[in-house]
Design a protein around this ligand. Structure first.
Ligand SMILES: NC(=O)c1ccc[n+]([C@@H]2O[C@H](COP(=O)([O-])OP(=O)(O)OC[C@H]3O[C@@H](n4cnc5c(N)ncnc54)[C@H](O)[C@@H]3O)[C@@H](O)[C@H]2O)c1
Ligand SMILES: O=C(O)C1=N[C@H](C(=O)O)CCC1
Length: 250
């Protein structure tokens, strides 16, 4: 059987570099292109699948370039809000054979953390998300935290839960953090960290904390390589690796 040709966009970055190594080490995958800022993407090195880990403002244009050329894309870059996803869905309608996976986190433990939080949140009065990352990260809150808050907020709304209780009336410094889908989200940036998150759930007399730690970028590689192998079998847009793992809603 012939190998799958893979190109990486953002190849000079922390994730892109790790992905290039993982692709080179994987059976049945061949690394045919490394692209970074300022490069002409051209024919993408003849790739069947592109892995895209760049920056939020560049990612939609890079993905559009791939889709227009009929190339499947595995996207790890953050910043894919509803408006950007809607534009991508429209673009894919003209290329129904192309598969694109947009996943805020490729670590299996993080995927399970989000799924467990989604299921648990309607059983608790309070829910908050704390994400902790290395200080070279440019976006806040993290894509994982935003997605977690979205999933938790939607599950609570569907179950008819009240808003999370919060008596704060005076917060001149914004200490209560961002609010995503009704869920407070707090971002820590600390030298020494990689990528970590806690989902805090509370009821009278009890709390439940669901925590995930990526201690090394190796944690993302099994998910990325698995997605490269599967993306052609999932035409259209898929948001979240859980859908490739048999978890989550359709
Ligand atoms: N989904 C996941 O599992 C996961 C895991 C880690 C990081 N991320 C996300 O991946 C992205 C990259 O993270 P990182 O730590 O590798 O960042 P990084 O800054 O190390 O790498 C980003 C790379 O993108 C390049 N770049 C900038 N503009 C570009 C353009 N127009 N076209 C092509 N490349 C361009 C930069 O030069 C750089 O080499 C971030 O959005 C981050 O949040 C996602
Ligand atoms: O290191 C990063 O940057 C990460 N970004 C993703 C996010 O924003 O959720 C995934 C975790 C690591």
């Amino acid at each position: 059987m012939s190998s799958t040709r893979v190109a990486v966009i953002g190849a000079a970055g922390r994730m892109g570099g790790a992905v290039c190594g993982a692709v080179e080490a994987a059976d049945g995958l061949e690394l045919v292109g490394r692209f970074d800022a300022g490069d002409d993407l051209g024919d993408l090195g003849g790739a069947d699948v592109v892995v895209e880990f760049s920056v939020p403002d560049a990612s939609p244009g890079n993905v559009a370039h791939c889709v227009e050329r009929g190339v499947h894309v595995v996207v790890g870059t953050t910043g894919w809000d509803e408006a950007r996803l809607a534009d991508l869905r429209d673009r894919l309608a003209g290329h129904p054979e192309v598969g694109v996976l947009v996943a805020p986190n490729f670590a299996v433990g993080a995927v399970l953390m989000m799924e467990l939080a989604r299921r648990a949140a309607p059983f608790f009065e309070s829910a908050e998300v704390v994400e902790l990352h290395h200080p070279d990260k440019v976006d806040a809150p993290s894509g994982t935290a935003a997605r977690t808050a979205d999933l938790v907020g939607a599950a609570r709304a569907e179950a008819g839960c009240d808003p999370v209780p919060d008596a704060t009336t005076h917060d001149p410094e914004g200490a209560r953090g961002a609010v995503v889908h009704g869920i407070p989200v707090h971002s820590v940036r600390l030298r020494g960290l990689v990528a970590h998150q806690e989902v805090l759930l509370g009821n009278p007399g009890e709390t439940l904390t669901i925590r995930h730690d990526s201690l090394d970028r190796a944690s993302f590689m099994t998910g990325v390589v698995g997605a490269v192998r599967r993306v052609a079998d999932h035409p259209g847009l898929t948001v979240g690796l859980e859908h490739y793992l048999g978890l989550g809603d359709a």
